[in-house]
Design a protein around this ligand. Structure first.
Ligand code: XIL
Length: 373
């Protein structure tokens, strides 16, 4: 408890020097004002949560820890809650890394989100599980016992779970086939939501996916809408859609008015179903932008402001979670790599732990966001 109070005081004290250190020059009055509050405080003032993904190994990085403590109100495990970490081998349960993050969250009074109970994509399920042939009863029993053990272990700490991740094929819009859907069909998904509700009755439950505003996402968006409608119709206890918010293939300057209109249409349909929105994995890819850092930072910040202005204008949007806070640790350094060997700049802080213009864009979007309950 004391550590949490210390953390809040530290946030107030450190906030003022943040951008002064980050920009290397005399900070403008605007940036000083923007730096005075943490992203978490600005978000909380609007009834939102701001947080980040964190890996257990980052607990050993004092600079990363400092940023998380200063800026965030929530963390989500980058890989530690996934089946490929918890149960990489059959019957060899590995809760150590997730427990370490959970302990850190508790000590620092950070909320903890859960990602993800079932990553419904064979590429991200361990081979032993992909190779297990279940009948319907067996699949149901496996889901029940796994979800009870994992969601139960972190209940009531984890306030929200991604119950299912990426179940829709992004090309066809159809349900991806897994060892569970082969046995149970769509019921594998509905059943997972019921199992999560039973194991973690206080947590909100989300379906999470990477459909986006980008070109070529129309089929993916339609598939996700169909999936959400079916979950609702079948009575699954679903509260929210997790919109990962990676922009991977189109660059930040390609968020055109036309694409924004189409994207808004999708989000309108989701909230029309009575679902909340969580922005679960925000970052911005710069694979195909030129190497100039200032130019990339500017385009990324402009896009961040536009995207968040739209998404936070929905009172149903409750969480804004970044997929990492420091460039050098971003998964995008290896996913869709650049052709030159220049480091990508997809997150809020650069690799020297200095705030970038993306931070100011998030500050501005949070300040502009309407208050939600
Ligand atoms: C990524 C992690 O960042 C990587 O470290 C890991 O190798 C693969 O998974 N969508 C998701 C996240 O739902 O779980 C992914 O995280 C990024 C894309």
């Amino acid at each position: 408890m004391l550590r949490g109070q210390d953390r809040r005081q530290a946030m107030m004290l450190l906030g003022g020097g943040l951008l002064a250190a980050g920009c290397g020059g005399v900070p403008s009055a605007r940036s000083e004002e923007a730096a005075a509050a943490s992203l978490h405080e600005l978000a909380a003032a609007k009834g939102l949560r701001f947080g980040t993904a964190m890996a257990a190994r980052q607990l050993d990085d004092p600079n990363y820890v400092e940023i998380v403590k200063r800026e965030c109100g929530a963390i989500v495990a980058e890989n530690e809650h996934k089946i490929y970490t918890i149960l990489a081998e059959e019957d060899e349960w590995n809760f150590g890394p997730a427990d370490a993050l959970a302990r850190f969250a508790e000590e620092e009074v950070l909320a903890m989100r859960g990602h993800t109970l079932i990553w419904s994509h064979p590429r991200w399920l361990p081979d032993w599980l992909n190779n297990t042939a279940f009948d319907a009863q067996g699949a149901e029993a496996w889901i029940d016992s796994y979800v009870a053990r994992v969601a139960g272990r972190y209940s009531p700490q984890v306030y929200s779970w991604d119950v299912i991740n990426e179940a829709v094929d992004d090309k066809t819009g159809e349900l991806r086939e897994t060892t569970f859907t082969r046995a149970m069909g769509f019921d594998a998904l509905t059943h997972s939501f019921h199992a999560a509700k039973e194991a973690a009755p206080g947590a909100t439950l989300a379906y999470n996916d990477y459909m986006s505003w980008e070109e070529g996402n129309e089929g993916h968006r339609t598939g996700v809408l169909r999936l959400l409608e079916r979950l609702k119709k079948d009575g699954a206890p679903i509260d929210a859609l997790g919109i990962q918010s990676h922009s991977n293939y189109n660059m930040p300057n390609e968020f055109t008015a036309e694409r924004q209109r189409a994207w808004r249409g999708f989000v309108d349909e989701v909230v029309g179903m009575g679902l909340d929105i969580y922005l679960t994995e925000f970052d911005v890819n710069d694979t195909r932008l030129g190497p100039d850092e200032a130019m990339r930072d500017r385009l990324i910040a402009d896009y961040t402001k536009d995207y968040l202005d739209m998404m936070l204008s929905y009172p149903q949007t409750k969480d804004l979670l970044a997929w990492g806070m420091v460039d050098k640790d971003s998964w995008l350094q290896t996913f869709l790599p650049r052709e030159d060997d220049v480091e990508k700049r997809p997150t809020v802080y650069d690799s020297d732990y200095q705030a970038k213009p993306m931070r100011e864009a998030i500050v501005a979007a949070l300040r502009a966001a309407p208050v939600r309950s």
